[in-house]
Design a protein around this ligand. Structure first.
Ligand code: KE4
Length: 435
């Protein structure tokens, strides 16, 4: 167990809370769902970070997805240092934005063009405006438990953050802003059919997390995904894949390449990306067919802009990251490591008689203290929060850092070793025995 005389994390947290709301710049970091003191990161390297007390942790958050290579990858670091020497930001086009765009398009064939922005929220918000502008329609469908960033129209029964606070919508979002947003149950084909029968011709888009990482880890079933695609095509609505979390994280071709193997010819219309494509720097993107993307300013009527969009240092970080994960063998090795973690945790839970179900794809994993994998938000909500909180803190005390919220996914990086996995599983076995 870890004990420290003066907990410098608490000292920093108290100081932070005086000048930053909740002491954090993003709610989930405050540990509100799990209780206790957030760990203030002093530095990170590979699969680890060290907190204000100098305590080391195996990091399974990796900045909520971006750090797929692990922290401080030397190739990426060198690219960033080199780019910084040439200038931080110009507000003018650069060659590297073209290189990053070309690299993204190479791996995501559903996209012919892409626009770079600075956050997943900005990308999702812009994709929504594009879908509405391109179709001339206002209504949209999203699914309960999915989170697409905090743009007003999308902040309705979001899965991340808000679900943890049990607050299905946010204050400050006027009812008229969300009146066009239909929230359906994930994986519910009947409800989807009904919504299209009622509103199909008014629908600008259906927006979905193909693997819902904001409900921890819930896959869209093949029949459900197939039906979303068919109905969007039939009614002229655009199918928007929010791959901010799954993009370049579950596979080099992102989640859409996983579904294209299960549903021949499957492609979404618009894809939203973030996290991994920035390699940890503020960078996100959205893209799709040329005919749709040309609707964006300055070539079309849908306005969208950004001072730091395509930032030269962030694009260097993202491009170096994508080049590394495209190297032969990367995905076999990463997937093997993630599977080894999930199998180890499942075996440890079974041995301790703890109800447990887990799933993973590429470098992303999730688990539930439930006997079987939940298929939607309501089922995820039946999870035993107090028990999860005990697991969270038991692991944290043993130097293993998983998401401080039941509804968040976990991430393995290329820097995580089998020894790290073994240490994690051993720690979990101890905690499961106490549950
Ligand atoms: P950002 O604006 O946080 O870059 O991206 C928003 C977003 C959009 N779409 C999906 C599928 C996402 O998962 C996210 C952000 N994910 C959360 C973690 N669940 C970021 C962590 C946080 O909010 O602090």
């Amino acid at each position: 167990m870890l004990t420290t005389m003066t907990d410098l994390n608490q000292t920093l947290f108290n100081r932070a809370a005086r000048v930053i709301p909740g002491g954090v710049n993003s709610p989930v970091r405050a540990f509100r769902a799990v209780g206790g003191t957030p760990r203030f990161v002093q530095r990170a390297q590979g699969a680890y970070f060290w907190d204000a007390n100098g305590q080391k942790y195996i990091d399974y958050i990796g900045s909520w997805g971006p750090m797929i290579l692990g922290h401080g990858n030397p190739v990426v670091l060198e690219a960033v240092q080199k780019a910084a020497l040439d200038g931080f930001s110009f507000g003018a086009p650069t060659e590297r934005e073209i290189e990053l765009a070309e690299e993204i398009l190479k791996h995501v064939p559903s996209m012919e063009m892409v626009r770079l922005v600075s956050s997943g929220t900005e990308a999702g918000m812009s994709a929504l405006r594009l879908a509405r502008g391109a179709t001339g329609r206002s209504k949209i469908i999203k699914f309960e438990g999915c989170y697409h960033g905090h743009a007003d129209a999308l902040l309705v029964k979001a899965g991340s953050g808000l679900a943890t606070f049990g607050n299905p919508t946010s204050a400050g979002v006027p009812p008229e802003v969300v009146q066009h947003t239909l929230v359906l149950e994930y994986n519910n084909v009947a409800q989807l059919e009904e919504a299209f029968q009622l509103h199909g011709k008014e629908l600008a888009c259906v927006m979905i997390e193909p693997i819902a990482g904001n409900m921890n880890f819930v896959r869209a079933s093949v029949p459900f995904m197939k039906r979303c695609r068919e109905l969007c095509t039939e009614y002229g609505a655009l199918f928007v894949f929010d791959e901010v979390m799954t993009g370049f994280r579950v596979a080099l071709g992102s989640a859409q390449s996983v579904y294209a193997q299960l549903i021949p010819g499957f492609q979404p219309d618009i894809t939203v990306l973030g996290k991994v494509i920035g390699g940890g720097m503020p960078l996100a993107a959205f893209g799709g067919p040329r005919a749709i993307m040309q609707q964006l300013a300055p070539t079309g009527p849908v306005y969208q802009a950004g001072t730091l969009s395509g930032n030269p240092v962030a694009t260097a970080c993202g491009l170096a990251t994508l080049k590394e994960i495209a190297k032969p063998g990367f995905w076999d090795s990463l997937s093997a490591r993630t599977h080894s973690l999930v199998h180890g945790l499942s075996a440890a839970a079974a041995k301790a008689g703890v109800p447990f179900s887990a799933d993973c794809q590429g470098g992303m994993f999730g688990f539930f203290l439930l006997p079987e994998l939940p298929q939607n938000y309501a089922k995820v909500m039946t999870s035993d929060s107090p028990k999860f909180n005990k697991l969270f803190h038991g692991l944290l005390d043993r130097g293993v850092y998983i998401a401080p919220a039941l509804y968040e996914a976990g991430f393995v990086s290329a820097a995580h070793t089998e020894a790290d996995i073994a240490q994690t599983v051993a720690a979990a076995a101890e905690v499961f025995a106490q549950l």
